[in-house]
Design a binder for this molecule. Structure first.
Ligand SMILES: [Zn+2]
Length: 476
């Protein structure tokens, strides 16, 4: 009798143990995606989220193992709880155009804005509590700006096929979406007969991306698709030139009044088109020769397809959108940047306010023996920059020919390159002052990087590491 009791006891424990070991993905989720569309509205100081529509999509392209985001990137955090047990079952950091808009003059002058956004969650089996949390001034996730229960049995969840006009061409196929990073490159402003040109350009740019570390080493962990909806017109909007084109994604230059900021607000359309294939990351390639682009973490990257610097912009913007890397460049005239308030550590993995020197947040990658902060001849670099800037504006005033200007740019670029090449800390990791648009108070990990200057020489070791972490997180 006693023995039987022991057996039953053991069996009970075994069942409990097996239950705990059951895959959390299949416990809470099915092999579909819940797309949550909402409006993000507010002012510089206030923000609010209002649900718009729910969709059920085929398949879940993300990881089934890494369900909780441990990377701490992005301005917002999506948190999903099992409603009954209050257990956190999914989370993901992201940024938006809204939080960027909050730093614009329009916002500071009392403006209001409303932007359509989407978050995606593996489709739940039971009701979930969805929270969107914003960072406070100290960059901690403390402000819950949305909280609501979603029942997977809700009859209003839309389940129709999204868009049947999408053309798809796989550029790289390595296996199951949930175990790979799936990148979708969307052609924008290409007419039907320009499809071949788009695919060719996308292929060339993807080839460039995979010549660089760590993408090169992780090539077999990626799937890449080129897709597009044929556009009624060729090109994109350029409001300052009075040019407006009818295109599927409604991209435009001059976003937030910045000519080179080529982006789209048409998130609903973007999501409809992108979901023709499984995707973890979106890149938009716009049919224009003008210089422009942008990238927002876990939203999308956008690049002009045919400018001479396109390969560089393509990789740089992907650094923003895929890995949440910050801009490492600055101008010598701006001491502090409002993007990064003084005394607050940026969440971007490659920027630091160096609040507790000699400790740096990328400590394990720091070159042994290097001084922190790292003296790097900033005055010389700034002087070169200033000389060039002054000459450029003087020559512009005197209407010097474009050819001569090009020579001037090239000469200046060579001087800077020599400065980097002959530098004793070339290739080293330390804390170099001048980053995140600010000349002082913010530090970058290395002398040079794709996030610092217009170069395709590569990402610095800290950026490389941050990208690698993201690949391992998604492709597992
Ligand atoms: Zn940038």
């Amino acid at each position: 009798m006693r023995r039987l009791w022991i057996l039953i006891g053991f069996w009970g424990t075994a069942v409990a143990w097996l239950g705990a070991q059951e895959h959390p993905f299949s416990t809470f989720f099915s092999d579909h995606t819940l797309r949550v569309d909402y409006y993000h509205a507010g002012t510089a100081a206030r923000e609010e989220i209002v649900l718009e529509a729910l969709y059920r999509l085929e398949g879940w392209p993300g990881s089934r193992v890494n369900l909780i985001d441990t990377l701490n990137r992005g301005h917002y955090l999506l948190r999903v709880f099992d409603h009954r047990t209050q257990q956190l079952i999914y989370s993901r950091g992201f940024s938006t155009l809204f939080n960027e808009w909050q730093t614009t003059e329009e916002a500071k002058n009392g403006g209001r804005k409303i932007i359509h956004e989407t978050v995606r969650v593996p489709f739940p089996k039971r009701p979930i509590l969805v929270e969107i949390v914003s960072r406070d001034k100290k960059n901690r996730f403390t402000q819950i700006i949305f909280s609501g229960v979603i029942d997977p049995k809700d009859g209003s969840i839309r389940a129709e096929r999204r868009d049947s006009n999408v053309r798809v061409h796989p550029l790289l196929e390595n296996g199951a979406p949930e175990k790979h990073v799936d990148v979708v490159i969307i052609g924008e402003g290409f007419r039907a007969e320009e499809w071949e040109g788009f695919v060719g350009r996308a292929r060339a740019l993807v080839d460039t991306l995979f010549t660089l570390s760590p993408f090169k080493e992780y090539r077999s962990r990626f799937n890449v698709y080129a897709i597009m909806v044929p556009s009624p017109e060729s090109g994109t909007d350029d409001p300052r030139a009075g040019v407006f084109k009818q295109t599927p994604l409604n991209t435009s230059f001059n976003t937030f009044g910045l000519q080179r900021y080529l982006m789209t607000y048409d998130n609903r359309r973007l999501q409809d088109i992108a979901s023709a294939v499984p995707y973890d990351a979106i890149m938009i390639l716009v049919n224009t020769r003008k210089y422009g682009g942008g990238g927002v973490y876990n939203l999308y990257a956008c690049t002009a397809a045919f400018h001479q610097w396109t390969p560089y912009v393509f990789v740089h913007e992907f650094g923003h959108s895929f890995a949440g890397l910050g801009d490492e460049y600055y101008t010598s005239r701006v001491a502090y940047s409002e993007f990064y308030p003084k005394g607050t550590e940026p969440w971007e993995p490659n920027l630091t306010a160096l609040l507790h020197p000699p400790q740096v947040k990328w400590q394990r990658l720091v070159t042994p023996g290097i001084p922190i902060p790292t003296p790097w001849g900033k005055e010389t670099y700034d002087r070169l920059n200033d000389e060039f800037g002054k000459k450029l504006s003087e020559w512009r005033r005197r209407k010097v020919s474009g050819e001569k200007m090009k020579i001037l740019s090239r000469k200046y670029r060579q001087k800077i390159e020599r400065f980097f090449e002959e530098h004793p800390y070339q290739g080293a990791v330390g804390a170099f002052e001048g980053a995140g648009y600010a000349s002082q108070g913010l530090y970058r990990p290395a002398l040079d990087c794709i996030m610092f200057s217009r170069t395709l020489k590569g990402f610095d070791p800290v950026c490389t590491d941050a990208i690698e972490q993201m690949i391992r997180f998604i492709a597992r």
